[in-house]
Design a protein around this ligand. Structure first.
Ligand SMILES: [Zn+2]
Ligand SMILES: [Zn+2]
Length: 182
């Protein structure tokens, strides 16, 4: 590759990076991006996209707060490689003490979206004809995998007394004291 071509690619990547993500994402599909322009770019071209939402809903029902993420998209021979990291807070309830708490989710994301003409991918993800990719379903899936079945507010949460229901994180009740004495 000549240096002039390489410079042209770098310049192009810099120019397309200037488009604000707000212009691409609608309120209804906050994680939808258009990657149509990638089709004719040389292999190795890339773009980084930042996401930041105080509140976001991943349809149908996953409500997250403090959603932030960075995704690095690069053109490969098969399609587009998406590598990203996303963090979010999910309002949750501790299964031991039943108190509400903020569950922090952190996922690493690594998927290939293939061009239809190329070989299929393991994930079955494709770049649609119109170039619009909604990342919500995939990110939702990753977030749900990071979401424990039995969330607890802290590793050593003492839970509730089975007799009187007192929150044992706030101190031992008479029953708890007796159990410890016995
Ligand atoms: Zn708890
Ligand atoms: Zn008790």
């Amino acid at each position: 590759m000549t240096s002039r071509i390489r410079y042209a690619i770098i310049l192009f990547v810099e120019i397309i990076s200037l488009f604000p993500i707000d212009a691409l994402a609608s309120h209804r599909f906050p994680l939808r991006i258009n990657v149509g322009y990638f089709h004719n770019l040389p292999i190795g071209s890339y773009r980084d996209i930042h996401f930041e939402f105080p509140d976001v809903q991943l349809p149908p029902d996953l409500d997250l707060k403090q959603f932030t993420g960075l995704i690095h998209i690069s053109r490969t021979p098969q399609g587009l490689l998406f590598e990203g990291n996303f963090q979010a807070v999910m309002p949750s309830e501790c299964v031991r003490c039943l108190e509400p708490f903020d569950l922090h989710l952190n996922i690493d994301f690594d998927e290939v979206f293939a061009y239809k003409t190329s070989s299929f991918t393991e994930s079955g993800l494709y770049v649609p004809e119109d170039g619009n990719i909604d990342l919500s379903p995939v990110i939702r899936e990753y977030m749900m995998l990071d979401n424990p079945m039995k969330p607890i507010c802290k590793p050593d949460c003492q839970g509730l007394c089975t007799v009187c229901g007192e929150d044992l994180n706030l101190g031992a009740c008479e029953h708890e004291a007796r159990i410890q004495f016995d």
